[in-house]
Write a protein that binds this ligand. Structure first.
Ligand SMILES: Nc1ncnc2c1ncn2[C@@H]1O[C@H](COP(=O)(O)OP(=O)(O)OP(=O)(O)O)[C@@H](O)[C@H]1O
Ligand SMILES: [Mg+2]
Length: 290
C-alpha cells in the first residue's frame, strides 16, 4: 500500500527512528526483522452477523512499539481478545514467539508471556497495590500447595523473590506512596498504572495495552507515556498499544495499524499515517458497506 508523503509543514510528532540518540540497530531500517515476536495472519472473528475482525494481518517486531488505532467499534479490543485467547477466531493464525495460539486458553497464553491491560481497569479494589502486583506473579510462584501451606524452604525463597520483583515494579512505576493502600481508594490514573504494574509483574515477552490513558488528565497521560517508553526502551519489552489519544500514538509508536469495520485501512509510520486518504476517510466517518 502506498502512502502519501507527509506535509512537512504540518508534521505531528518527531519520528523517533530518525532521532540521532536512538542508535539501537534493531530500530534502524526494518522494524519487524526476520523473527517477529507476533504474527497475526488473516484473522476473522464474526459474531452472528458482526464482523468484528474481518481478515486482519500484521506482524510486530521484537523491539517494537506497535499501535492499533481506529474508530469506536472497529475491532481493536477484539484483536486483543483473540491474542489473549478470550475469543477463538473462525479462521486465521496467531503465532507468538514461535507458538501457535489459536485454541489455547487465556492462562496458557499468559504463561507463554503475553500480558495485557484492559480498557476498563480490572483490579481487586479491596486489595493493596502490593497484593494486586503479587497476583500478577501467580505463575511465578514456583511451589506447590503443600509447600506453600508448610511455608517450607522453596516456598519461602519463591515468596521472597516475588516480593523483591514486585518492589522493583513499585520503584519503576513510582508507586511507593500508594503501595499499602487499597487500589479502590486511588485516583483513576494511579489505578491504570497499577494495572500496568500487574502486567509487568508477569515478566511478559509482549505487552498489550488497551487504551492506557483513556480518562486520564494531561499530567497522568504524560506520566503514562513516559512509563510506556521506559518499558520499551529500558526493559526492552515490545508493546502493542490500542489508543484513541492520537498525540500519544504519534509520539510513541514505531508503526501504526489503522483498522475500520474489522479491516485494515493502512499500516505505516506515525508521520505517514495521518495523511493517508483512507485513514482520513475512516476518521471523518464515511460509511462503508459491510
Ligand atoms: N462478544 C461480542 N458479541 C457480539 N459482538 C461483539 C462482541 N465483542 C465485540 N463485538 C462487536 O465487534 C465490533 C468490534 O468491537 P471492539 O470492542 O473490538 O471495538 P473497538 O475498536 O475496541 O472499539 P472501542 O474503540 O469503542 O473500544 C463491535 O461492533 C462490537 O459491538
Ligand atoms: Mg475497545
Amino acid at each position: 500500500m502506498t502512502l502519501t508523503e507527509p506535509d512537512p509543514g504540518t508534521g505531528t510528532a518527531p519520528d523517533r527512528r530518525t532521532d540521532p540518540v536512538d542508535t539501537d540497530p534493531d530500530r534502524q531500517g526494518d522494524p519487524v526483522g526476520a523473527d517477529p515476536i507476533l504474527r497475526f495472519e488473516d484473522v476473522r472473528l464474526h459474531f452472528a452477523g458482526v464482523r468484528a475482525i474481518d481478515g486482519v494481518s500484521f506482524t510486530v517486531g521484537r523491539h517494537e512499539l506497535f499501535a492499533i488505532i481506529g474508530p469506536n467499534g472497529s475491532g481493536k479490543t477484539s484483536i486483543f481478545n483473540v491474542l489473549s485467547g478470550v475469543y477463538r477466531p473462525q479462521t486465521g493464525r496467531v503465532v507468538f514467539d514461535g507458538a501457535d495460539l489459536v485454541g489455547r486458553r487465556p492462562h496458557v497464553i499468559a504463561a507463554l508471556g503475553m500480558a495485557r491491560t484492559f480498557q476498563n481497569v480490572e483490579l481487586f479494589a479491596n486489595l493493596t497495590v502490593l497484593d494486586n502486583l503479587l497476583l500478577g506473579r501467580h505463575h511465578h510462584l514456583g511451589y506447590g500447595t503443600l509447600a506453600a501451606l508448610g511455608w517450607l524452604g522453596r516456598a519461602r525463597r519463591a515468596e521472597i523473590a516475588n516480593r523483591a520483583a514486585v518492589e522493583e515494579i513499585v520503584d519503576f512505576l513510582e508507586l511507593e506512596r500508594w503501595r499499602r493502600m487499597p487500589v479502590g481508594l486511588l485516583p483513576y490514573g494511579v489505578q491504570k498504572r497499577v494495572e500496568l504494574g500487574r502486567a509487568l509483574a508477569m515478566e511478559p515477552k509482549l505487552l498489550l495495552l488497551d487504551e492506557p490513558v483513556a480518562g486520564m488528565n494531561l499530567e497522568e497521560t504524560e506520566d503514562m507515556a513516559r512509563f510506556i517508553l521506559d518499558i520499551r526502551d529500558e526493559l526492552d519489552i515490545p508493546i502493542v498499544l490500542v489508543e484513541h489519544d492520537m498525540g500519544l500514538v504519534m509520539d510513541l509508536a514505531d508503526r501504526v495499524l489503522v483498522v475500520d469495520f474489522g479491516q485494515v485501512v493502512a499500516t505505516g509510520n506515525p508521520a505517514e499515517i495521518p495523511h493517508h486518504p483512507d485513514v482520513v476517510r475512516a476518521y471523518l466517518g464515511e460509511v462503508r458497506p459491510r
